[in-house]
Design a protein around this ligand. Structure first.
Ligand code: AMP
Length: 315
């Protein structure tokens, strides 16, 4: 059993470094730092680090550590919430002695000495709580901070328990997590409060999205638009779901122009979109995935693929 192997590895190593994916979200931070808390609470003398580039909008969850390359000597490295090695934040992840992957995305890239992948989990944070449930008899311990981080990760990846990935297990774990002592209102504020410029760009999206008769919606956020609203590409994560409630939309794509590429963010309420993302060297979940393209002509091709997926989708 993977959990048993992970437990043994954690026991064996004095230094453990936990990574997650680039352009992090609450589940990436929550699973990474929630696992750190559980390990520290259980083994106070172990050195456990969380690494990766910080996203300032997630500083309320936890701050990242800065470590030297030499810290990786004889270390256990655990990567949370990252389907493919190319998306691991901080490419020193393979400098350790042993590598573990813990993730809930389809296992498209089988990296690591031990892999625990569960696509039925709503989030990697849910998996980390499950890890605790299976290891508590062996002495593993939770604390309030781990509960806050894991709950935040679950809330983030389930869209506040709204997405179909939310299961009875998710609710059960969430109920157990809220029994710990942390400020839930403050946590929701951290995840969902948005700055005025982002709110205005949300208004732009709602005013300008296009909806086809096939049930597909598209929006292009060019550099000019982003400059006009003073929003950085990395800040658009809070805007991707905004079209989800509009009647008649089966799937949508938001294109975000960055310095040297155009980020493709696909979301769906039925048609599978990760196969489209994969065609452009991307990936993700069947209903939420992403990729990068390099020209506006390529975005036309993505739109045509999404239109086709919407047309052939039968409920
Ligand atoms: P995002 O639109 O960035 O929130 O991504 C949605 C989902 O798609 C996440 O679960 C990511 O893991 C996945 N994803 C986004 N971009 C890529 C990419 N370039 N390659 C692989 N997976 C991606």
């Amino acid at each position: 059993m993977y959990i048993e192997k992970i437990l043994q590895s954690i026991k064996e190593y004095d230094t453990i470094i936990i990574h997650r994916h680039v352009r992090p979200d609450p589940d990436a931070y929550g699973s990474q730092a929630g696992l750190r808390e559980i390990i520290k609470q259980t083994f106070p003398v172990k050195n456990v680090y969380v690494v990766g580039e910080e996203d300032p909008s997630l500083n309320f969850l936890v701050r990242m550590d800065t470590i030297n390359d030499s810290t990786y000597n004889d270390a256990l490295v655990i990567v949370c919430d990252t389907a493919n090695a190319a998306r691991i934040d901080d490419d020193r992840y393979n400098k350790g002695d042993k590598l573990i992957k813990i993730d809930h995305h389809p296992n498209v890239d089988e990296y690591g000495d031990i892999m625990w992948v569960d696509t039925s989990a709503s989030s990697t944070s849910e998996m980390i709580y499950e890890f605790y449930i299976h290891t508590k008899e062996a002495g593993f311990k939770m604390n309030d901070e781990a509960a806050r981080l894991l709950y935040g990760g679950i809330v983030g990846d389930t869209g506040r328990f709204l997405f179909p990935s939310t299961t009875t297990k998710t609710f059960q774990y969430a109920a157990e997590l809220v029994a710990y002592n942390f400020d839930r209102v403050q946590l929701y504020d951290g995840i969902y409060s948005i700055q005025g410029n982002i709110a205005r760009l949300r208004g732009y999206i709602l005013q300008n999205f296009k909806l086809t008769e096939s049930g597909m919606s598209t929006i292009r956020l060019t550099k000019e638009i982003l400059n006009e609203y003073d929003v950085k590409p990395i800040e658009t994560g809070q805007l991707v779901g905004v079209l989800g409630d509009i009647e008649g939309i089966k799937a949508w794509v938001i294109f975000i122009e960055e310095d040297d590429l155009i980020r493709v963010r696909l979301r769906s309420k039925g048609p599978v979109v990760n196969t489209i993302a994969a065609k452009y060297d991307g990936g993700g979940h069947p209903m939420a995935s992403g990729a990068s393209v390099y020209t506006w002509e390529e975005t036309e091709q993505v739109i045509s693929d999404l239109d086709e997926a919407c047309r052939s989708f039968i409920k």
